[in-house]
Write a protein that binds this ligand. Sequence first.
Ligand code: BTN
Length: 296
Amino acid sequence: MGGPASDLSPGDRFDIERLQASLQTRAFGRVLHYRPSTASTNADALAYLQQPPGTAEPHGLVILTDRQTAGRGRRGRTWHSPPQGNLYLSVVVVPRQGAKGMVPWLTWVPLLSALAGADCLSDQAGFTVSVKWPNDLLVNDKKIGGILCEQTTTAQNATAIVIGIGLNINAALDSFPEGLRAGATTLATEAQRPFDRVPLLADLLLRLEQRIDRLFLDGPAGMAKEFAQRCSTVGQTVRVSLEQDHFVEGIAESIGPDGCLRLRVTSGTAQVQPGALLEVRGAEVVHLRGCNQNPA
Ligand code: BTN
């Protein structure tokens, strides 16, 4: 763990004490491991869960950094994680023992995390941040954040999910590799002002905890509707990659009860005919209208 932090100026360091004083959560962030720089907070959280039982209950544990040297994105991609005031964190979620009925609904965790992130950023910035199904955060079709959830079995044989959240807040866009700049943005770029990450993260953790608590207590009732309202994919013409070189195009109609995307096919394959209602899970989706540059 850890890594070179010498390019982190004092102003770039997260103010942990102020965060702890601002937290309104029950569990999320109450145990917080901060490191100025690390390879990947998701990797750190997964390693932590393999350790022998400690004193702290891992549910709600947050690992937070100011910079990642090997940030992980979805589908094996890299998450570019420069210093200068972005947010990179992982939150550990352990469904309560006996909450076995919840297992089918764990598919909702990444979507609810994106929803919490989009609600938080929209509220803080005063403009709309949407979710591109399943869990990319967009402003004007540019990617402002992403979620990577990784499921594991802990050393105590419990199912745990690590919710990795990367949000582009204050870092200068020209610190991003050239190939990413056209499709990426930051909150500060869009709002033309910098943001204090402390209230933003306190708000994010509260929203996330509330959504996850609700899922574990009541199941996903009503969530498809709430998600669809924030989701810029619903109503769009999209292309879905089913497998190597096989694409289907159609109109994204709605979100299903397990969080799947329901697509009315307009141009299909031999197996998926036009007019069919296709339920998409775990596939790549590209918005065809507008100028979505998000290759994720
Ligand atoms: C994506 O590809 O859209 C998901 C990006 C997720 C990035 C976050 S940053 C904090 C956490 N640690 C990682 O290594 N990745 C996630």
